[in-house]
Design a protein around this ligand. Sequence first.
Ligand code: MLT
Ligand code: ZN
Length: 476
Amino acid sequence: MTDLFSYNKITAEIAEEIRKKIGANNVSTDEEKLESYSHDEVPQSNYGRKYIAELLVFPESTQHVSEIMKIAHDERIPVTPRGAGTGLSSGALPVFGGIVMSFEKMNRIIELDEDNLTITVEPGVVTAEISRMASRHDLLYAGDPCSGDASFIGGNIAENAGGNKVIKYGATGAQLLALEAVLADGSVTWFGGKRRKDVTGLDFVHLMAGSEGILAVITKAVLKLLPLPRHSVDLLAAFPDARSAINFVPRIVTEGGLIPASVEFMDDKALKLVEKYLNASVPAGDAGAALIIQLEGNDEERLEEQFEAIGKLSQRHGAYEVYVADTRSTKERIWQARKGVPEALSAFYSRYTKEDLVVPTASVPKLLEMLRGETEPYGLEYITYGHAGDGNMHCTIVCPECDNWHDRLHAAQQRIYAKLIKMGGTLSGEHGIGYKRRGYMKFFLDDAQIELIKRVKLAFDPQNILNPGKLVDWGK
Ligand code: MLT
Ligand code: ZN
């Protein structure tokens, strides 16, 4: 068997052939550009070396993608599809060089179908643009990743991005009805359709969601839309500590009797950090922990009753102050605090690792306790924020003054992951595995499952040219 990871370099002839097929203006070998398109939000310095693509392509159509894939397939060149570079798993790192395929020129909203409640888009459409287009028609696109103002929908699908509304609407995969995809050999196919149900064959649509670009290249997506809720209110409840905030989360459903659109969490350190970053006070900035609870509905009076009831309920469960945001500017203020946390982390820490742990929701208090127990002995600190309603916490491990940071971190991570498994938790809820976490997959999936992932990958892509080396540890 030929080595799955032995690739050819891109010669001047191959580059020229690609230029002829897709136009010279859609191909670049500019060094600065190659560098800036060869990573996502995870710094390359994490790996002690740089991985740089040999050629950058900007297809304008499915036809272009197909032509590029045919050449890559014939010449055995690795291809790394790339969204907007907002990823958090080094999923778009061109580990074996070759081609980076960027979708910024495939950024058309093709159709909004009000009769079937769907929107058909190309992969380079910015996520928030889909929401804006839907809302102009009084419709909702429910995918809402925190990076939605910048991220591309193609990347959201490849990572099965989650975000702030998963508790009510599910992650990106739950919004998907159909995908057009270019396979590794350049052939073009459609998975699914505008149909609301479909058991004709295997469910390739949802296999593609979260497949991190290793199976096929997404060139169009048909997404579900819903009627736009007419009103929404955000509550920000300040709690004395993380435990009381987290313990309140299941009560919203069990005692409050409703499913909120979002339940987001910030611990005291996250609140302080974001205040420092914004250089302004944020609501509940001095709290031990805060929850943002978003409620939505069509009947304004009913919604008012609901948020008053949830506010009071939160106070019975320990909240000492509740801010109500029902205007654009008050809502922005609350969400600026939450969405500012990741930015604040990268502004103030040069060495940190952002975990994406997820546990069954009732185990979140145990998760936070466990983190304290497993980081303190290594002299590490952690800052926690995230999607409390989904049990998905971005515990970010930091150590500003540490020597041998990598050793300490690795030792703590081994212990954290072992305990996480015992709680029924897993490694990543929404950021993905990519290159960053692939080494830890063996803790979470058994050999049979890892082998199955490799076989599925090679069934789609026998030459192993699509985003090679990702998702599981291939020993390369
Ligand atoms: C978030 O929840 O803020 C996102 O997953 C992004 C991030 O943590 O950087
Ligand atoms: Zn998140």
